[in-house]
Every structure is written in structure tokens, then in C-alpha cells.
Ligand binder design. Structure first.
Ligand code: ATP
Ligand code: MG
Length: 298
């Protein structure tokens, strides 16, 4: 984080204290998030990493209050730029899609297949309330596409989602998220549906946006490679709880928890370690310590 951003970070963009999310399921109540406490400051990337089912998405959806109201019980405190939003519909509606925007995981399903890119982007701009008039909104749509490095915006606006690649569609979704000039982006596995080479371009884009605008990013991933690349701070989540938190370099280079070491060991290119189950099933403690990924491969 650069010093300018640091100075403005007095009030965190996102301040979550003791967030608990309980979900009503067919098998009873599941405590999917069990006391999450963390902050995201301006210009900062905070990552929640954990294995599948650890509660990462439920944390994000809980913050944004996008969980079905009759099936989710939330407690704790969630402040967005100082505004208390938990259990306050009016407050969350004020900030969601404005101060804070979500970048979804799967670009293919996040867009309507029957509407052009242009009309969906113009709608996002209209909702963000940043422009009046259709011509102005179309110009703004082109600008937004250009800002996410989509070539020839006017012709792309006329296309439909199936005419674009997954990576290009994810860029469109990022452009839509930027329509409101959000201060905070929540990205739930924004690259996991994409090829590795395309992933890198999307992560670069997010870092560029952050650099230029001082945007805070809450990154959700199961991929330590992604976490290592983008994070200032990492929270390691297991069964709804943060088991380890700290500066990204400390977590990656000196993980304290066995679970974190196994996540680090799950980097695919490292070979046999990624065969191991993350929850330790079939392993027996002391003799199963996995070398941190940062140790070997450059
Ligand atoms: N709609 C649901 N009905 C029942 N249980 C659910 C539902 N959504 C989530 N859960 C449970 O809540 C817990 C957390 O799920 P969540 O989707 O937040 O995990 P995640 O870390 O995002 O996993 P992934 O990496 O697979 O996306 C899991 O135990 C899951 O089984
Ligand atoms: Mg998830």
C-alpha cells in the first residue's frame, strides 16, 4: 500500500467484527461463518483463503447481505466506510453496487445470455446513477470497456455474451463493477473459472485498478498462487473460522498452522503433495508436515 493510501485508511473501507452466519439446511443449522473479524483499508488487498466449504463465499455474501433472509441468521458488526450495514436494509442498499461492488466467480452465468454486452453495461451505469441520457451512458460504457483493456469497445458493446471468451467476459463484469466507481471490490474466486494464462491477465487488471484508484479488494480464493500474488494480508479459513491471519509474506513463508502448510502444498506444480487431503484425513500429525511452497520453486 502506498503512503498516500495509507493516510486515507483511517476509517477502513470494510470493518467486520465477530461475524457469525448460521444457515438453515436440511440437516439442521450450520454455522458456516464462526466469528470472522477483519478489515480492508483503501488500496489494500485482503485475501480469505481456505478449502472448499470453509465458509469463504458465505462470508462475502453475509457482508453484502445477499443470503436468503429466511435461511440465514447473521450477527456481529459489518461497517462499510464506517456505515453500519448488518441487519440494516436501507444502509446495505445504499452501499451495495455503489461503494462496494461484487465481482462474481463465473462470468458465463453472471450475465444474461439474451442481452447485448452494451445493454447490460448501460443498465449497470444507469443503476449506479452516474449518468443521465442514453448517449452519455453508451459513451461511458465504451470508456469502461477501454479501462479494462477490451479492444474496440464500440463493436464489443453490440456483442452477446456467447460471442466473447471467458476472460473477456470477466473483464466485462469488472467493467460493470467499476460503473459505480466503487471504493471496495469483493472478488469471489474471480479467476477460478478461467485458464491459468487468462487468470494472470485478470489479476494484473485488478492490481492496476487498485493502483490507479486506491480501491480496496477483498479477494476470496482457494488458490495460494493467487493469494501470494495479490495479497497484503491473508486470513486462512477453516470450518468457518480464521485459523491464521497475517501479512501475506509471513503466511506464505512461515505458516504456523498445519492446515495452512497443506494449502501451500496444494499448489498444483509442486507434485505429490497436492494429492493429500486438506483436512488431514489419512494422515497422522507430526510426520505429515508439508514444506512451504515458497521454499523451493522460484
Ligand atoms: N445453500 C446452502 N445450503 C446448505 N449448506 C450450505 C449452503 N451454502 C453453504 N452451505 C454450507 O456452508 C459452508 C460454507 O460454504 P461456502 O460456500 O461459504 O464455502 P466456500 O469456502 O465458499 O467453498 P468453495 O471454495 O467451494 O466455494 C459449507 O459447509 C456448506 O456446506
Ligand atoms: Mg465459495
Amino acid at each position: 500500500m502506498n503512503p498516500q493510501h495509507e493516510a486515507a485508511a483511517a476509517t477502513p473501507l470494510l470493518d467486520v467484527e465477530d461475524l457469525v452466519v448460521e444457515l438453515m439446511t436440511d440437516n439442521g443449522i450450520v454455522r458456516a461463518v464462526d466469528g470472522a473479524t477483519f478489515r480492508v483499508g483503501r488500496g489494500e488487498t485482503v485475501t480469505i483463503i481456505g478449502e472448499s466449504g470453509s465458509g469463504k463465499s458465505t462470508t462475502a455474501m453475509g457482508i453484502l447481505q445477499l443470503l436468503p433472509q429466511d435461511l440465514a441468521i447473521l450477527s456481529g458488526t459489518v461497517r462499510v466506510t464506517g456505515l453500519d450495514v448488518l441487519g440494516n436494509r436501507k444502509a446495505i442498499n445504499k452501499v451495495r453496487g455503489r461503494t462496494v461492488a461484487l465481482i462474481p466467480q463465473d462470468p458465463m452465468t453472471a450475465l444474461s445470455p439474451v442481452l447485448s454486452i452494451g445493454s447490460q453495461l448501460v443498465e449497470a451505469i444507469r443503476i449506479a446513477g452516474r449518468t443521465s441520457g442514453r448517449t452519455q451512458a453508451t459513451t461511458r460504457a465504451s470508456e469502461l470497456l477501454a479501462s479494462v483493456h477490451i479492444p474496440d469497445p464500440p463493436s464489443q458493446l453490440k456483442k452477446f455474451p456467447h460471442q466473447l471468451s471467458g476472460g473477456m467476459l470477466q473483464r466485462v463484469l469488472i467493467a460493470m463493477a467499476l460503473a459505480s466507481e466503487p471504493e471496495l471490490l469483493i472478488a469471489d474466486e474471480p479467476t477460478s473459472a478461467l485458464d491459468v494464462t487468462v487468470q494472470a491477465g485478470i489479476l494484473d487488471l485488478l492490481m492496476e485498478i487498485q493502483e490507479q484508484r486506491g480501491t480496496g479488494i477483498l479477494m476470496i480464493t482457494h488458490d495460494i498462487g493467487v493469494a501470494r500474488l495479490v495479497s497484503d494480508t491473508i486470513h486462512v479459513m477453516k470450518s468457518g473460522r480464521f485459523v491464521e491471519s497475517g501479512p501475506a509474506s509471513a503466511i506464505v513463508d512461515h505458516p504456523r498452522e498445519e492446515y495452512t502448510r497443506k494449502l501451500l502444498g496444494a499448489v498444483p506444480q509442486l507434485g505429490p503433495w497436492d494429492e493429500r487431503p486438506l483436512d488431514g484425513a489419512g494422515t497422522t500429525g507430526v510426520d505429515t508436515v508439508v514444506e512451504p511452497a515458497a521454499g523451493g520453486t522460484p
